[in-house]
Design a protein around this ligand. Structure first.
Ligand SMILES: *Cc1c(COP(=O)(O)O)cnc(C)c1O
Length: 383
């Protein structure tokens, strides 16, 4: 029996390790010069027109980006049920209500036409999620936001690097995009996130709220006349700052982001090629000329497949291969289901996709042999 092949593994090399050791030796363990460097490098990666604000998770970033966009109690925020709970829980942090709109069954992404129908006088924002690293229909979403005066905060947790009509996600004309550097994401800092925005006011508010509501502006304004211990608290902020130890990982991971994407893209193509004749629906691709981040490779088992989804994952596990499911849609989780009285078929496309979806291992540390092992196992079950 060969070793267990996990569903995901981070790809951290000697460069990251050296940078982390340098941080530890320097004495700067919390937010300091490396966090600043990581933010500047990230802004540059996004094309240089936007500001980047590092935080300790994408969840934290989504929370304070929504706060900075002035989402408050009683507001409605439109998002997809086909996502991780973080996307919608942050809306509840602010006392607002998520309103779910079903996915386009072809792309797993929120259906733009459905957004337009869900807008009410209480609607204040849209949170599109670029599922698996494939961009949402941003032209349509931005058009709807303009027509109804809504803010757009993109959940870009899967979308590094992703492009939409040639533009990097993170440089679109939206209020903000938030990336995740959780251990399984396309680049990682262990835990971490980045808010990217072109709006100075929003960036300033996020910088204040990520660290206890302490105003840097007030601080800077007074540093010439007051001693260095002086600061002003202007809001009940949060403890969401990134550490320099995490930023050290991020600086080196970001340098590899394009290479990682190429590897993921090639692996996705190899899976496509190997599965073409099987009773499965292959994952959608980015349109010609655009980039898919390939954070996830999600297949859907056909109804006539010889095994169902649960059995398929069990059998893969028996063969020593880890699989996962992205996502258990929010509307069938007890909290969301009960709070908003939702039924599985309220979002039929999300529910249908969920029942058939399997995420196969796809990460840069997999060897060709590892991938061939996955392919052989899938073919043995489905061919
Ligand atoms: C991972 C993930 C998040 C949360 O990211 P964290 O950095 O772990 O907070 C949010 N949304 C989606 C779609 C995710 O997959």
């Amino acid at each position: 029996m060969t070793d267990f092949l996990p569903f995901a593994l981070p790809d951290v090399g000697d460069e990251e390790i050296a940078e982390v050791i340098d941080s530890i030796r320097s004495g700067w363990l919390t937010t300091g010069p490396k966090t600043k460097r990581f933010e500047l490098a990230f802004a540059e990666f996004m094309g240089g027109n936007n500001e980047s604000i590092a935080v300790n998770s994408a969840t934290a970033g989504l929370h304070i980006a929504l706060e900075a966009a002035q989402i408050t109690a009683g507001d409605e925020v439109i998002t997809t049920p086909y996502t991780f709970t973080a996307t919608a829980e942050v809306v509840r942090y602010l006392g607002a209500d998520p309103v779910f709109v079903d996915i386009d069954p072809g792309t797993f992404n929120i259906d733009a036409a459905g957004i337009e129908r869900a807008v009410t006088p209480r609607t204040k924002a849209i949170i599109p999620v670029h599922f698996a690293g494939l961009a949402c229909d941003m032209d349509a979403i931005i058009g709807i936001a303009r027509r109804h005066g809504l803010r757009i905060i993109e959940d870009a947790a899967h979308a590094l690097p992703t492009t939409y009509r040639g533009r990097m996600i993170g440089s679109m004309n939206t209020d903000a995009a938030v990336f995740s550097f959780y251990a399984t994401k396309t680049i990682t800092t262990g835990e971490g996130g980045m808010i990217v925005t072109g709006q100075k006011q929003l960036a300033d508010r996020c910088r204040i709220m990520r660290l206890h509501g302490i105003s840097r502006d007030a601080f800077d304004r007074y540093t010439s006349t007051k001693p260095a211990w002086y600061y002003e608290v202007i809001a009940p902020g949060f403890k969401y700052n990134m550490t320099d130890v995490a930023a050290a990982l991020g600086i080196e991971q970001l340098k590899k982001a394009r290479r990682f994407q190429k590897i993921r893209e090639q692996m996705a193509a190899a899976y496509d090629e190997a599965f073409r004749d099987l009773p499965i629906l292959l994952p959608p691709h980015a349109p010609e000329g655009d980039m898919h981040a390939w954070h996830l490779y999600v297949i859907r088992l056909a109804d006539h497949a010889p095994v169902n989804r649960d059995r398929f994952i069990e059998k893969m596990y028996e063969k020593g291969i880890g699989c996962s499911v992205h996502f258990i849609p929010l509307h069938i989780h007890p909290y969301w289901r009960d709070r908003y009285k939702l039924k599985p078929f309220d979002y039929p496309h999300a529910y249908h996709a969920y029942e058939r979806a399997v995420s196969l291992p796809l990460y840069t540390r997999m060897t060709a042999d590892d991938q061939n092992r996955v392919i052989a196992a899938v073919r043995a079950l489905l061919a």
